[in-house]
Design a protein around this ligand. Structure first.
Ligand SMILES: [Zn+2]
Length: 361
């Protein structure tokens, strides 16, 4: 499954292809791929403009705004008739307009803004960015009316979870869907965004403010590892029962980490994956956080890790798999000490570590 760096890479690749584009049609070829309210999805997504592409944990996010911007007539708080409602000046993103019971950090939309993969800020697209983008769109088209959906049911985010085999590609009109194409988004420039998913574990979901306030998955997501401060990261594990790797993989503890970056960061931090998290000192957990941030940033800079069939938005493979020190290196010598690496299971997942270099406490 793509982890944080791979989803970040896909988002960065899709951003220039999709930002400012209006979705003119949606064709659902496998109903099970659409989660949440299918009526909201099929009636409200067409006509909206993609104002930004971001990420939260492993969930890829397209920010949706009305054709005339966040304050347009079908903005959530507007009463219709052209002038935006009192809250229309805010961005359509979750950060500002989220209901008060959504933790601010859980509502943040993550993004990277430069090729080096540095993470910039916690809000992917502010109001200025969104209106800049929509200025470039074709203003002759008509926005599909969303009035019947009710105010707070209007989606302002489209979440895409790739799970095991999901892929997002933008194709020209000459490219036909294949047997694994589950949803097709027609764009106003004639291109089409395909969501292909061979195993069908992935999903797309239109998200209104009401959805964000009630969707357990979204509400339970832990903090972003590239945003949280080291002391706060250490505090996540204080008094926690469970092995450190199992907690790193738990998306409600911290978001976006999977098997690759758990194993790699624990090796660099000299911590055994089966160590009891609550028995690790705050100092060791702060060291772990530093290595986790490093390994994620290095991978983003290498366009992610390509194992099995991951490809970025251009169909290219990442290169970080060439830097793996433990992941996938069962039975090979430790790069630090030469001892044969140990393979076991932690939290039900195959785990590779060095018994000499990595410690329980
Ligand atoms: Zn070693």
């Amino acid at each position: 499954m793509p982890e944080l760096p791979e989803v970040e890479t896909i988002a960065c690749g899709l951003r220039p292809q999709l930002t400012g584009r209006r979705i003119v049609s949606v064709a659902v070829r496998n109903e099970g791929t659409v989660q949440g309210d299918a009526a909201v999805f099929s009636h409200c997504v067409p006509g909206r403009v993609i104002a930004g592409v971001g990420r939260r944990g492993k969930l890829l996010l397209l920010e949706l705004v009305p054709l005339d911007g966040p304050g347009g007539p079908d903005a959530p708080d507007a009463t219709g008739g052209g002038a935006g409602g009192p809250d229309a000046a805010g961005p359509a993103g979750a950060a500002v307009d989220a209901p008060s019971d959504v933790p601010p950090d859980a509502a943040d939309l993550m993004t990277c803004r430069d090729a080096a993969g540095k993470m910039a800020g916690s809000s992917a697209t502010g109001a200025a960015g969104a209106s800049d983008n929509t200025d470039n769109t074709d203003n002759t088209g008509n926005t599909v009316s969303t009035g019947s959906a009710g105010g707070n049911r209007v989606p302002h985010l489209l979440g895409v979870h790739l799970k095991m085999t999901g892929r997002l590609f933008v194709y020209g009109p000459e490219v036909a869907p294949n047997t694994h194409t589950r949803v097709i988004f027609g764009l106003d420039d004639g291109n089409r965004l395909f969501f292909d998913d061979a195993r069908k574990f992935g999903y797309v979901r239109a998200l209104s403010e009401a959805d964000l306030a009630t969707w357990d998955f979204w509400r339970s997501l832990g903090p972003e590892p590239l945003e949280i401060a080291a002391p706060d990261f250490a505090a996540l594990f204080r008094g926690r029962r469970g092995r450190i790797k199992a907690l790193l993989l738990d998306q409600t503890v911290i978001a976006g980490i999977g098997n690759i970056y758990a194993d790699e960061s624990l090796f660099r931090a000299s911590i055994r994956p089966d160590a009891q998290a609550g028995e690790l000192s705050p100092d060791r957990l702060r060291v772990l956080h530093g290595h986790l941030v490093d390994v994620l940033r290095e991978s983003i800079a290498e366009c992610g890790s390509s194992i099995r069939d991951y490809r970025d938005a251009h169909g290219d493979a990442g290169a970080f798999q060439n830097r793996f020190r433990v992941y996938g290196r069962s039975g090979q010598p430790c790069v630090a000490c030469g001892r044969t690496l140990t393979t076991g299971k932690v939290g039900g997942r195959t785990t590779v570590f060095c018994e000499r270099c990595q410690k329980l406490k």
